[in-house]
Ligand binder design. Structure first.
Ligand code: ADP
Ligand code: MG
Length: 582
């Protein structure tokens, strides 16, 4: 369990504040995460890492010379929002572009991709290497679906070394990508972890047993065995990783490798050293030359008991990167001459933006009343269904859909109310709501809801009274945005299975000349049927994927919450039209 916390909801924010207070010479806080205290030198590509909080030293502990320029930090085990990532990237960009590198998880990919699109649209070059070192998380043929675990460090080191050596963004990307191709990890787990304030562990492993290949958030592995001796475990890890080595390595003998033996939280250093003794002997017996091994905690999951072994197959450049000096809060190597404490005038400027509300017409301001009421109705619906949505998500996912939607809808209502009070039009109210939702909800669905609300906002605008056609076009644009970033297709068992028929239905109603209220009434039935029909589908995407068959017979949580939201909005639209015609 977690012993020390205040309000569990504030835990992630409070840990960032404390971390920054403890490392003032090294890092500064910005909205969304932390950045190096010293400014990124001109003409240096900035390396931005990130992910959910709760994995220290990943990610804030890996910010500093020889490692990242900034880390975007999400809520506990939840991706940072696109807005957070964007803010961190803007704060560290020196004008030479930004490399994003992070562990390959659906929510992170979605949010980093959005932030990347936004930077590129502003003329800031940005590229991405999502780390895929966990060899048991997907087959070699589906390597792009593999997760990132402790091998993140090898890729971060390669990227940072190239950037600090003055390489261009394309060159930095190429070296980081090569490091990823040559980094492989294998993890085992003995017990799960309990998040602050939670009454039960997020996942469990039976007493005396070991989950083989299990992910750091409890994603299922490939096998379960009795816990072997330390030497027995070393044999399993080393043999599997040598066997699975990258295709470009013809034989382990003579190869030079960086080694990371990572403890996930409650396996102690003493145990790690006992294990490492065997790992080193076995690798040396295979003829491998070990270069500067790291034994310790590099990616954790609270008190999760488990270890992972990473082999980083070096070449000359990657070895220079791996052995280069570094000075971050949680990772120090060699001697760094780079400036640490920020001199006056040399510190990173935060990317603070002025909050200016766009001018709105009277009709659009008036339409904003129904928009605000709709957002309030969605929030009330989520509050009422928070437990049920969580339960549906726990069948095959991670159980956070209720609380994620609640965080998102609550933040959206606060932002929308503020915008409306400041005279915003319907479009701006929706846009503020969408940004706040994406920023606070966490999870995949939060990012997608943010995109959806922004798409509707763009179509509705702040100039005229939104017509049924504008709204229908906005919902179609929302579907396009969600499909583009989430990459789910119809039938993959996601919210797309509801949004797609709803977009069609609203489009048809608009062509027939129905009012917005009438159109949405028809869409309510389409949505409810489509959500129910997801029970028969197998998930093909997102967090639920590895638990495929468990979810047969239950509807997709994101599809259900969307259909309930459509019903809530339809009710508001019909009440407000009745009132308007009175
Ligand atoms: P997370 O999956 O990150 O825990 P939530 O639990 O809040 O996020 O939301 C899960 C829901 O998000 C799923 O039920 C599904 O409807 C939706 N979802 C997940 N991934 C995608 C995707 N790639 N495209 C569309 N919808 C998705
Ligand atoms: Mg979930």
């Amino acid at each position: 369990m977690t012993y020390l916390y205040n309000d569990p909801v504030e835990f992630a924010d409070e840990l960032i504040d404390g971390f920054v207070a403890a490392n003032k010479a090294l890092v500064k806080k910005v909205n969304g995460g932390v950045i190096r205290a010293a400014r990124t030198p001109d003409s240096q590509v900035a390396i931005v890492i990130g992910g959910g909080s709760g994995h220290y030293p990943a990610f804030s502990g890996l910010v500093g010379p020889g490692l990242a320029h900034g880390a975007a930090m999400g809520n506990l085990f939840a991706s940072p929002s696109a807005q957070q990532i964007y803010t961190v990237a803007k704060a560290v960009n020196s004008g030479s572009g930004v490399l994003f590198t992070y562990g390959n998880y659906a929510g992170d990919v979605l949010n980093f991709d959005q932030a990347q699109a936004r930077l590129i649209a502003e003329g800031i070059p940005c590229r991405t290497v999502a780390v895929t070192d966990d060899i048991f998380s997907a087959s070699l043929a589906e390597k792009h679906k593999r997760r990132g675990i402790a091998g993140d460090l090898a890729v971060f080191r390669a990227a940072a070394w190239a950037a600090e050596g003055g390489a261009s963004l394309d060159e930095v990307w190429a070296l980081a990508d090569r490091a990823n191709e040559r980094t492989q990890s294998f993890g085992v787990a003995f017990s799960g972890c309990t998040l602050p304030g939670a009454s039960a562990p997020l996942f469990t492993v039976p007493e005396g047993r070991m989950a083989v290949g299990m992910g750091i958030h409890g994603e299922p592995g490939i096998d379960e065995l009795d816990i072997p001796s330390a030497h027995g475990l070393a044999e399993l890890l080393v043999e599997s990783l040598l066997e699975a080595r990258p295709a470009s390595i013809s034989s382990p003998a003579g190869s030079r490798i960086g080694v990371i033996l990572n403890g996930l939280g409650s396996v102690k250093y003493e145990e790690l050293f006992v294990l490492y003794g065997s790992v080193a002997r076995l690798l040396e017996a295979a003829g491998v030359v070990i270069v500067e091994p790291d034994v310790g905690e590099l990616v954790t999951s609270f008190q999760m008991a488990g270890v992972s072994l990473t082999l980083f197959w070096l070449d000359a450049e990657l070895e220079s990167a791996w052995t280069a000096p570094a000075y971050a809060a949680a990772y120090r190597k060699g001697s760094v001459t780079a400036q640490l404490a920020a001199e006056e005038g040399d510190s990173q400027a935060g990317a603070e933006e002025q909050d200016v509300m766009a001018l709105a017409s009277d009709e659009s301001q008036a339409a904003g009343v129904a928009v605000l009421a709709s957002i309030r109705a969605i929030k009330d619906m989520v509050d009422e269904n928070v437990d049920e949505l969580g339960r549906l998500d726990s069948i095959a996912g991670d159980g956070d859909h209720g609380i994620g939607m609640q965080r998102g809808a609550t933040a959206a209502l606060i932002a929308a109310t503020d915008a409306a009070e400041r005279g915003a039009g319907a479009g701006s109210i929706l846009q503020r709501a969408g940004d706040a939702w994406a920023d606070r909800a966490g999870g995949t669905s939060g990012a997608l809801w943010g995109l959806a609300l922004n798409a509707v906002a763009a179509s509705v605008g702040d100039e005229s009274k939104p017509t049924a056609t504008d709204v229908a076009a906005g919902v179609s644009a929302a579907l396009a945005a969600i499909s583009q970033f989430g990459k789910a297709q119809l039938g993959d068992k996601t919210m797309v299975d509801v949004l797609s028929p709803v977009a069609d239905s609203l489009g048809e109603s608009a062509v027939l000349g129905l009012s917005t209220g009438e159109s949405w009434n028809l869409a309510v039935h389409v949505a409810a049927d489509a959500a129910a029909a997801t029970s028969d589908l197998l998930p093909k995407i997102g967090r639920a994927r590895p638990h495929m068959e468990k979810s047969l017979g239950s509807p997709d949580p994101g599809a259900v919450s969307l259909s309930l939201a459509i019903a809530a909005v339809a009710k508001v639209l019909n009440t407000s039209t009745q009132e308007a015609s009175k």
